[in-house]
Design a protein around this ligand. Structure first.
Ligand SMILES: *Cc1c(COP(=O)(O)O)cnc(C)c1O
Length: 379
């Protein structure tokens, strides 16, 4: 209940119903890992960058490890060290450290580092670290975004051999990244597979032994065994996104919000900024305290909807910074009723794939865009 002060002012922070909340569902993450494991004999690296695709990196990591993932992957060292701080002991690789790597922190945090250029390697070797850093050599397999370009590869191997002789690094892995990550098309991946194999031969010939090789992300994990090598890097799939749209995975989050205001309105009532939506009959409107500042996309097609009491109701009018309005038709929805913006697929509740379609985007941007005002909990 709202608490009223002596001045008659409602005190904030004593909400009468639960605030907008993102519920992460560890069981769904485990089921998605099981689906990946059924498609490959390779080890699974659970990629938990961007706070576990918005689902909470530690929560996602723990659920994935419990389901059999043997490795974790993050974009940068800071994300890896947050997992270590939470007590997670699985091997971790980080592959993109644009402002460089603190070699001592990486060694103490037992984090493997991907190195994609001679410059990055030199920056590592210029530092001291208490133990030899575990390095994965990162080859550009067709992205022109990250990884070592082919003409520089021999120089990278030469530098790595020198670093390893001096006991500063140990080359343990070799990675590439598939440019057509949303296609279920082995033919499209064949060139990258060939380049990585070739590079793997060069690494072995350079005397590093046989490295752990990894190339596939979610889509290729699910569709193209020729890309699997020793480890697959499975990120989006953990939270129910198959970028190639081939496999039905389990949605791993539910976004809920309370109805904070409800009203019956006449036909012809304009709703929201600009009055872009005008009721065509007498109807009921409900307000949810979530807007584009919380990650509800502002550019949504008609039909975007939320679930209340087992029915879908359309968003009416523009998405505001802090609010959306829902047209509930003949249903009068009491204040405090919980609405579900998205959740696992159940035939009624909108999914993140639905929201991506309504917003003309991909589900990744829906889940990574949920703002900091939204509470987080584990379902
Ligand atoms: C994000 C990322 C992945 C995971 O990709 P998904 O399609 O989300 O599984 C794998 N490898 C690299 C290098 C990445 O940046």
């Amino acid at each position: 209940m709202a608490v009223t002060s002596a001045l008659g002012i409602s005190r904030p922070g004593r909400a009468s119903f639960p605030p907008p909340t993102l519920h992460t569902i560890p069981r769904a993450i485990g089921e998605n890992v099981a689906i990946a494991r059924a498609r490959t004999r390779s080890r699974i690296m659970a990629v938990v960058k961007a706070d576990g695709y918005g689902h909470g990196a530690v929560t996602v990591a723990r659920a994935a490890i419990a389901a059999g993932a043997g490795w974790l992957g993050t974009t940068d060292l800071a994300e890896a060290l947050r997992l270590r701080a939470a007590g997670i002991t699985a091997p971790i690789l980080t592959w993109l450290n644009p402002s460089g790597v603190d070699a001592e922190a990486a060694a103490i945090g037992r984090t493997d580092i991907a190195v994609g250029s001679v410059g990055e390697l030199e920056a590592l070797l210029a530092q001291t670290s208490p133990t030899a850093l575990r390095v994965h050599l990162h080859l550009d397999t067709g992205m022109a975004r990250e990884g070592c370009p082919a003409p520089e590869w021999e120089a990278l191997l030469t530098g790595a051999r020198r670093g390893q002789r001096r006991g500063r690094i140990r080359v343990v892995g070799l990675m590439g990244h598939l440019p057509l990550a949303d296609l279920a098309d082995p033919e499209a991946n064949a060139a990258a597979v060939a380049r990585l194999r070739h590079a793997g031969d060069a690494v072995a010939a350079a005397g590093f032994g046989i490295p752990l090789i990894h190339l596939a992300a979610t889509s290729a994990t699910l569709t193209d065994p020729s890309t699997h090598f020793g480890i697959v890097r499975f990120g989006a799939g953990l939270v129910g996104i198959d970028p190639s749209g081939v496999t039905d995975l389990h949605g791993a989050a539910r976004l809920t919000a309370p109805v904070v205001h409800s009203a019956a309105v006449e036909a012809g009532t304009p709703v929201g900024y600009g009055g872009t939506y005008v009721t065509d009959t007498a109807t009921h409107l409900s307000v949810l305290p979530l807007g584009y500042a919380d990650g509800i996309p502002r550019e949504i097609a008609p039909g975007a909807s939320v679930e209340i009491h087992g029915r879908r109701h359309p968003v009416a009018g523009r998405v505001s910074m802090d609010q959306i309005v829902v047209d509930t038709g003949t249903d009068h929805v009491p204040r405090g009723t919980t609405a579900t913006v998205f959740g696992p697929r159940d035939g009624i509740t909108p999914t993140i794939q639905d929201w991506a379609r309504w917003a003309g985007t991909i589900p990744h941007t829906i889940v990574t865009g949920i703002g900091p005002r939204v509470e987080r909990t584990i379902a």
